[in-house]
Design a protein around this ligand. Structure first.
Ligand code: UDP
Ligand code: MG
Length: 316
């Protein structure tokens, strides 16, 4: 029987303590899966610690370990894309380096794909235990808004941790956009996706690279990249506000004609000026955000820049 291959893509940013652990755990899982062999693609996303050395060490001892090292930190989205671009196996799985994505789930995902014939199987957290309250609340709100206002549907708790077949990998590769939001991209390319559920696990070593600010930016990216409705909403709101103020003006004129001029009303005028001034600036800022993104995208810069890699060594 010919063995099928699974590329395990692991984005790493300052994960020196986790590299070996995640590798060993994944190797252990591999021995439990018959008929498949694993290949590892580690992406060193410009780490400032010994991550690259740890990966090099693994690569020296195991020919199946490939890596790409970026010239600086480009972010997890870019790292995942680099992995996808270099995946040649029958399947690819994207997994965090911190063991928060239990490698044992790969087996379950593979079972799901084999039994149902679907294209992709993603992990989904059923609990957000071990996570800050504010963070899970923010995440919930984000998914609610996203599903309501954008043209794609993203299930709450769905992770980047997923196993997908060659077709889906190819489809994602065709989306070279700079401002990437993978959860949106996975949903946008379509394909039959199933879920496996698991309990949230706490990070073993090191700490999360996401600050609250970074998460807000991530949510904004997701929203603006996949929804034009904020612009439509701004348009509607602006239009309604304009109509409302026109009516108010007419009412004021009629009132002055009938009852004569009076000085009070000064406060309400200022209020209205401030309100609409603020509104205009807010809407302009929103439009500016889209234009800024278009500007960045039209530059057509590469998503990431490779500094060192062993992945091209055995290419024919
Ligand atoms: N990561 C990355 N580049 C970054 C930030 C994170 O490659 O700029 C990797 C990180 O090494 C880990 C995964 O992305 O393997 C998830 O990061 P983290 O654990 O910090 O996120 P969280 O689990 O808190 O969402
Ligand atoms: Mg993590």
């Amino acid at each position: 029987m010919i063995e099928k291959t699974i590329d395990v893509i692991i984005p790493c940013y300052n994960e020196e303590d986790n590299i070996r652990a995640v590798y060993e755990e994944t190797c252990r899982v591999e021995t439990e899966i018959l008929g498949y062999s694993f290949k590892y693609i580690f992406i060193n996303d410009g780490s400032s610690d010994g991550t690259l050395d740890a990966i090099r060490e693994l690569a020296a001892g195991d020919k199946r370990v490939k890596y790409i090292s970026f010239s600086r930190n480009f972010g997890k989205e870019a790292a995942m894309y680099a992995g996808i671009c270099n995946s040649k196996g029958d399947y690819a799985v994207i997994m965090d380096a911190d063991l928060q994505h239990p490698p044992a789930l790969i087996k379950e995902m593979l079972d799901t794909i084999e039994t149902t014939g679907c294209d992709c199987c993603a992990a989904r957290r059923v609990t957000r235990r071990g996570e800050q309250k504010i963070r899970s609340l923010g995440a919930r709100l984000f998914y609610k808004l996203m599903n309501r206002f954008s043209e794609i549907e993203i299930a709450d708790g769905v992770l980047d941790y997923r196993l997908m077949n060659r077709n889906m990998v190819r489809a994602i590769r065709q989306m070279p956009e700079n401002q990437r939001f993978s959860k949106g991209i996975f949903a946008w390319v379509g394909f039959d996706t199933r879920w496996v559920e698991f309990e949230n696990v706490k990070r073993v070593r090191g700490e999360s690279k996401w600050s609250l600010f970074a998460l807000i930016k991530y949510a904004m990216d997701g929203f603006i990249n996949f929804a034009v409705s904020p612009l439509k909403f701004a348009g509607w709101f602006g239009g309604l506000a304009a109509c409302g103020s026109a009516l108010y003006l007419i009412a004021e004129i009629v009132k002055t004609l009938i009852m004569g001029r009076d000085t009070p009303g000064y406060a309400s005028t200022i209020c209205l000026i401030l309100f609409f001034g603020g509104l205009t600036i807010a809407i302009l800022a929103l439009i500016g955000e889209y234009i800024g993104r278009m500007y960045m995208e039209t530059k057509g810069r590469p998503v990431y820049i490779e500094k060192e890699s062993n992945i091209h060594e055995d290419e024919d």
